[in-house]
Design a protein around this ligand. Structure first.
Ligand SMILES: [Zn+2]
Length: 129
């Protein structure tokens, strides 16, 4: 899948978001080193810290299927048109670092341009044992 197709898949995943508190629907897809694509959406909770970001949901789904190396993560939100990209939060960047993500694609809103970032750009000096 090319970048636009991955972001389209992330937008499709956002349709399954459970976000009654923020109304900010986000979807993500991760690509394994074998080319498998796994999606996820943000899942909110009344106890806000129990909320899971779309990237975390997708990565957990992939890892639960045995994926241990993920090359790309695409993230997209489908409601907000006035935000500057659906960038992963700090927690999600750390989760990505565990699985060797190399490339992160971000976009925001329908029709927004796809931006591509090398992972080192998003989490320089991340924690690693
Ligand atoms: Zn996050």
């Amino acid at each position: 899948m090319n970048n636009e197709e991955l972001v389209a898949a992330a937008r499709e995943a956002a349709e399954y978001s459970y976000s009654p508190y923020s109304n900010f629907r986000v979807g993500a897809v991760v690509v394994s080193e074998d080319g498998e694509v796994v999606s996820g959406a943000n899942i909110e909770n009344a106890a806000f810290p129990a909320t899971s970001c779309a990237e975390a949901t997708a990565i957990a789904a992939a890892a639960s299927k045995g994926v241990r190396k993920m090359t790309t993560v695409a993230v997209a939100c489908i409601d907000a048109t006035d935000v500057d990209g659906a960038y992963p939060c700090g927690r999600c960047r750390q989760i990505m670092s565990e699985f060797g993500v190399e490339t992160v694609l971000v976009t925001a809103g329908p029709g927004s341009e796809v931006r591509e970032h090398g992972f080192e750009e998003l989490l320089p000096y991340g924690f690693d044992l």
